[in-house]
Design a protein around this ligand. Sequence first.
Ligand code: SF4
Length: 375
Amino acid sequence: MSTAFRVQSSEFLVPDFQDLQGQICEATKDQVATALKKPILSLIDLAAILSPAAEELLPRMAARSRELTAMRFGRTTQIYAPLYLSSYCVNRCAYCGFAADNKIPRRKLTAHEAEQEAEILRERGFQHILLVTGEAPAKAGIDYLEEVALRLKNKFAALSIEVQPLEQDEYERLFKAGITAVAVYQETYDRRVYDQVHLAGKKCDYDFRLDTPARAAAAGMREIGIGALLGLADWRCEGLVLGMHLAWLRKHFWKTNFTVSFPRLRPAAGEFEPMVEVSEKHLSQLIFALRIFDPDVGLILSTREEARYRDGMLGLGPTRYSAGSCTAPGGYSSDDHDGEQFSVGDHRSITEVCSVIADKGFDPVCKDWDKEFQM
Ligand code: SF4
């Protein structure tokens, strides 16, 4: 995979949220209706369908989103599970149970223990796993991640990571070790709020994080996941900037697949309360808007959301669901879930989730990639 392109510094610029809010709130119902008829939407159209005026046309947005999802992805829903490797973290993110100042039991799996946890997931039917760590390079650095990846790569169809932002050459190493996808969420694109909630650690560097998806794509990763943690800043503006970031990444890395996640804040250790409320109705509007704006993007709905909501959204926009998730290292081989990053909203097993998907006339897809395609 070519790595000639080196990402040096932030080339993607994020507009001020107050300016974006003004643009979004100015949109009229007529502009929304016009945008919904277009085959290709501009960023101005995306602002319109994220606006308060679009709420009246939500059923039309749902129908358009469902139509585009069926056209591009068929009647399928991909399935994956997170595997938490380590809960150590040197950062202090105000909203997270793993934050360095939270007094929780911490654990890092050995490479052998990680293999055992992965084996449990494999026996349950998972073929795509997402390896997750807190951000503590001294505990779970590149050597450790590489060792885990090498042990797992022949056992799974796809291995993704959600770990500390890395340098491009480190992503290149992990790609060679069998990691094919990287998820890195900006948490919030609102720089002012970002500075308020990231209290200590390397994560305070907004620009380094913002450049991470580009570094991972330049390293040759097959798929990059971006997202915003909903509950920190205006969700309509986050949605518009997600669309801008996605469009920028597509322009520069046209060979790469992209996904967008919509994590809403969940209860976690610490006393953080969401700074803004994001209702299920607004989450749905955001998901429909991103689907209509970019019909090819994979949209992920995790077990942060409750079963009722996830079941209702099947086929309407999301294309990938997690299932049977535990957010504490070692949680699959033990009933002790102390030290979770957050508590999940959907506690069903992979079998239960897959049977609901099948009952609704969709195919649950556990394997959607093979390393032989990687040549
Ligand atoms: S969000 Fe990530 S970086 Fe921040 S405290 Fe939690 S694990 Fe650490």
